[in-house]
Design a protein around this ligand. Sequence first.
Ligand code: SF4
Ligand code: SF4
Length: 135
Amino acid sequence: MKAKKSTNKIKITTENKCSFCTGSICCTYVTHHLDAPKSKSDFQQLLWQVSHENISIYKDDDGWTLLISGNCQHLQVNGDCGIYETRPEICREHTNDYCEYDAPSEDGFDLYFRNYEELLAYCRKRYKKWDEQFK
Ligand code: SF4
Ligand code: SF4
């Protein structure tokens, strides 16, 4: 990633795209694969996790995923990577062919829970007697 530029009249290519990506979006979160929830107890676990700051949960073609928002400590103010030469493998493998710069990741989500309330609403819809477990 290079210092950011204006996109006025400049053709965006895979070579220069990262230099236009304000905030270097792919360096502002981590994900963790989750086993697909199958029971009320599983969803209770997810409700606990999504209740925390900077945590959301989504499901897409690859299954259920925990999304933790937060800048990488190596992300520089100008968008550069502070450890570019020795950056982790996952960073090296991330392609900008069609990335978060081109479309928000949410566009590919089948389900997206940004907070406790959204996941609770889903639980109540999925389990008609969801609230009875607390009586
Ligand atoms: S989100 Fe895409 S364009 Fe932005 S820094 Fe990452 S790879 Fe480059
Ligand atoms: S190590 Fe570098 S490339 Fe990887 S997430 Fe952090 S800033 Fe981005």
